[in-house]
Write a protein that binds this ligand. Structure first.
Ligand code: PRT
Ligand code: ZN
Length: 294
């Protein structure tokens, strides 16, 4: 059944999105690029998409795993760190590639740190006690966990703790608070979570949503590349171009020359361009891809 059919049957999927914070705008942008328009959550609690059978609930990120687990929302966009901390039985169905960060232990810069055993008997301030306790258990370390909800990074400076366990992204917050990162415990990014055992009609909508989100994310990670090459170099250059299949080769009006078209992933981009130039490619054009269906 197409989206309109599902819509007419009055069935829709409810997605929980962070109301306002680091995840909000990127969650809405990803959905918008997938052709699903929603208003932002700054003034509303709920919004409906007119072009896809989806309704959004705007919530604090910490509440999203619970709401999905309870069935108030069917799916949600939230950081993996929050999913791990809340430990609700929800399924991670897709990694969304934004809000990347890590959860790390950090100590005052002046500490002579030799390894995780330094934390034995120390006071560690954090908003992520469950993830921290699991790590300490794995390391056979007993420490005192102080759960606090905000500004964790200032606690060693004011004598509230000896060290912290917190989210780190660029690391500049640690530096400006006189701390140094000593152990990375977990890497995190935004993920799409779902309630296990969704009804078939909701699962059908989720599958369509995932199909669209994957097409958008794939296109974000890839570029379309066009270049000109002398015919005798086509073999060599084709081997450099990874592409989904072999590149498209089209003759140019200039005899002895061809145009090659392919797809390049962002991660291998600069290295491949370098090699292409060395092997005689000319007039290289790189174009963003709007959607990519494989
Ligand atoms: O109000 P609500 O409860 O919904 O939001 P919140 O304040 O709890 O969360 P918010 O919006 O700050 O972050 C939401 C999610 O974004 C987090 O759960 C992470 O998954 C992700 N994320 C990615 C980050 C960061 N990067 C980040 N840098 N969350 C927080 N930070 C903070 C961090 O706590 C520290 O204070 O930024 C500072 C560190 O940044 P650097 O760049 O100085 O290292
Ligand atoms: Zn929060």
């Amino acid at each position: 059944m197409n989206e309109k059919g599902l819509w007419k049957k009055g069935r829709k999927l409810t997605i929980a999105i962070q109301k306002s914070g680091r995840l909000s705008e990127k969650s809405l942008t990803l959905l918008a690029e997938a052709g699903i328009g929603l208003s932002n959550g700054s003034r509303k609690l709920v919004s409906h998409s007119s072009d896809f059978p989806l309704e959004a609930l705007y919530l604090r990120d910490d509440d999203i795993p619970q709401y999905v687990f309870d069935g108030v929302a069917d799916v949600g966009m939230v950081g993996e760190n929050v999913v791990a901390e809340k430990a609700r039985e929800v399924e991670t169905v897709e990694r969304l590639g934004f809000a990347r960060c890590r959860l790390s232990l950090a100590v005052p810069r002046s500490v002579d740190y030799a390894g995780p055993s330094w934390f034995a008997g120390k006071r560690i301030a954090t908003s992520y006690p469950r993830i921290l306790q699991k790590y300490l258990n794995e390391q056979n370390i007993t420490a005192e966990i102080h759960e606090i909800s905000g500004s964790v990074e200032i606690s060693p400076g004011i004598g509230l703790a000896d060290s912290i366990f917190d989210i780190v992204s660029s690391g500049s917050t640690l530096i400006s608070n006189g701390l140094k990162e000593t152990e990375v415990v977990m890497h995190s990014e935004a993920v799409l979570i779902a309630r296990p055992g969704l009804e078939p009609v909701k699962q059908e909508i989720l599958d369509k949503l995932l199909f669209r989100l994957r097409a958008v994310m794939r296109s974000r990670n890839n570029k379309y590349i066009l270049l000109n090459a002398p015919n005798e170099k086509i073999g060599e250059i084709s081997r450099i171009l990874p592409g989904i299949k072999s590149p498209t080769v089209m003759p140019l009006a200039d005899p002895g020359w061809s145009s090659l078209h392919s797809v390049l992933s962002e991660s291998e981009f600069w290295e491949v361009i370098d090699q292409l130039k060395k092997h005689g490619a000319q007039g290289i054009l790189v174009i963003p891809i709007e959607k990519m269906i494989v």
